[in-house]
Design a protein. Structure first.
Length: 275
């Protein structure tokens, strides 16, 4: 008798409307390819806690920002950790999975990130700028993000938000990893069109930059996206380290690129589920 195939619960919100992206198309494609290797079922994130015990693992993909269902998401995490459910990405991520505090921590540790503070007494540490970005620590997908002048910061920096200078960057670039292995990079040549992405050929120095953050996060398994901006001086600065449910922009890849990514993800999932 052939060995039973692993059962995988693919968590996604196919109805979520993201600006400039079609989450549903990406997850339909990925699910269609993973079905060749797993007994797979799709479910909405609000149903995951009730269904996950019947599967060998839970794959969290384009499940949308958890802000709209924070209580349910926290309950899902607590139950999965308590019951030893295998969740991919693992729930030990230190980056977006745990909020935006990591940007403050990385800045304090001297990592190349956009300067970030959260308290009025630290505002002097930020470089002078005409405008500043203020965003919630528990934000996602630009929800709650504001751009304000300097004189508005003291009243807003109450510990619940992050404050950063508006950086006049040249372009944004994203590096995609499966486990600790680089897969591909995409960039937005026009800063005002974040999701009009093109393939990007990273330099050795670019990959050293991105790898520092993947290593810092310490996830042995999973998919991560390192978002950075190219500053006017040519250096890269971290914008975000997405380790919860990173959108992959697979539609910006050619067939060979998508095949390679699916193969890497399939191998990673098998290693993860085999423990």
């Amino acid at each position: 008798m052939p060995a039973a195939r692993p059962r995988l619960l693919h968590v996604t919100d196919l109805a979520y409307e993201a600006r400039g992206r079609r989450y549903c198309d990406e997850d339909v494609f990925l699910a269609s390819r993973l079905r060749a290797h797993f007994d797979l079922a799709l479910c909405h994130p609000l149903d995951a806690a009730a269904l996950m015990e019947s599967f060998d693992g839970v794959l969290v993909r384009n499940s949308g920002p958890v802000l709209g269902y924070r209580k349910e998401y926290d309950a899902f995490r607590e139950r999965a950790l308590q019951d030893g459910v295998r969740v991919y990405n693992p729930l030990t991520g230190r980056a977006d999975m745990a909020g935006k505090q990591y940007l403050l921590d990385l800045d304090a540790e001297g990592f190349p990130v956009i300067p970030t503070v959260d308290r009025p007494e630290d505002l002097h540490r930020l470089p002078e700028a005409d405008r500043y970005v203020v965003k919630p620590k528990l934000g996602a997908d630009s929800i709650g993000l504001r751009i304000v002048p300097a004189d508005a910061l003291a009243a807003l920096a109450d510990g619940s938000v992050l404050v950063q200078p508006c950086v006049d960057f040249v372009y944004e670039v994203s590096f995609y990893y499966v486990d600790h292995d680089f897969q591909y990079a995409l960039y937005a040549p026009r800063p005002d069109r974040r999701w009009e992405l093109q393939p990007y050929r990273p330099t050795v120095r670019d990959l050293e930059f991105a790898r520092r953050f993947v290593d810092w996060n310490g996830l042995a398994h999973g998919i991560q996206r390192v978002d950075a901006c190219r500053a006017p001086d040519g250096e890269l600065l971290l914008v975000e380290l997405e380790d919860l449910n990173p959108y992959l922009s697979l539609d910006a890849l050619d067939d060979a690129g998508r095949d390679s990514f699916v193969a890497a993800t399939t191998r990673s999932l098998h290693r993860f589920l085999d423990g």
